[in-house]
Design a binder for this molecule. Structure first.
Ligand SMILES: C[S@@+](CC[C@H](N)C(=O)[O-])C[C@H]1O[C@@H](n2cnc3c(N)ncnc32)[C@H](O)[C@@H]1O
Length: 235
């Protein structure tokens, strides 16, 4: 079974829910709201960080994620806030047929799948506009990479990470141990590192004609050492 099918349980999800500052999400939503179209498909929506805010700002939203815990959280938050948004447990390798104007894949889920699956994922998107938010683009990630990382405690959960870089396959592999009191969850994530050009080639092959690359949701152009790659592709 691929690592991501049982990695995103309550402890890691709690850690990441608390880890992302609300200002970052707000900046990303401001950026996404500049894109045309009413219906947004949020692929690997996690706990609904973007989907819920987009719904709050009037977009019609469908969120899909493989983590049942994350989808339960997003569904509960939508109900608590009185928002209309559809959330489904599902796999980006076999997306439900959804007619969306825009598909977004935020927060690094791009790069989890094997190469053929990534190509099939992109080819299967029917939306006119696609946004990929990808922190592991080679031009962003490799210049400052350090294998050693200090343990971090966020939201009451401590994450310890032991990292490896698989040079031959350009994969960043992290062995995580999440702890909260007596609770422990271990899992190993595998992230493919692609150059921006490789991502553009895949997106072009998937049928998109125009591609814009940004280094930040404020619209800064993508360049060497930009914090992440935000790619907007249009048909
Ligand atoms: C780092 S989180 C990002 C969540 C959200 N997009 C955000 O930015 O907050 C990555 C998410 O990808 C989901 N995921 C991983 N592999 C997936 C797959 N094959 N299909 C659907 N979701 C997947 C995980 O369950 C997790 O919620």
């Amino acid at each position: 079974m691929p690592w991501y099918t049982d990695f995103f349980t309550e402890l890691p999800n709690t850690f990441w829910r608390a880890a992302v500052p609300s200002e970052s999400t707000k900046a990303e939503i401001d950026f996404l709201m500049t894109l045309p179209g009413d219906h947004v498909l949020d692929v690997a929506c996690g706990s609904g960080r973007h989907a819920l805010e987009l719904a709050a700002r009037g977009r019609r939203v469908t969120g899909v994620d493989v983590s049942a815990e994350a989808i339960a959280h997003a569904t509960g938050e939508a109900a608590r806030r009185g928002l209309t948004a559809a959330f489904h447990v599902g796999d980006m390798r076999a997306l439900p047929a959804t007619i969306a104007d825009t598909a977004i894949c935020m927060g690094n889920a791009f790069g989890y799948l094997d190469h053929d699956e990534t190509r099939a994922f992109l080819a299967g998107l029917t939306a006119r506009t696609v946004v990929l938010d990808y922190g592991f683009a080679a031009e962003s990630f490799l210049p400052g990479v350090a294998l050693e990382e200090e343990p971090l405690t966020i939201g009451g959960v401590t994450a310890e990470q032991v990292n490896e870089y698989d040079v031959a396959r350009s994969r960043w592999i992290t062995h995580f141990t999440f702890t909260r009191g007596e609770e422990v969850h271990r899992g190993t994530s595998v992230q493919h590192v692609y150059t921006a050009a490789e991502v553009c080639r895949m997106v072009t092959e998937a049928g998109f004609g125009t591609i814009d690359l940004y280094g930040d949701p404020d619209g800064a152009p993508y360049e060497l050492r930009s914090p992440r790659l935000i790619l907007v592709a249009r048909r």
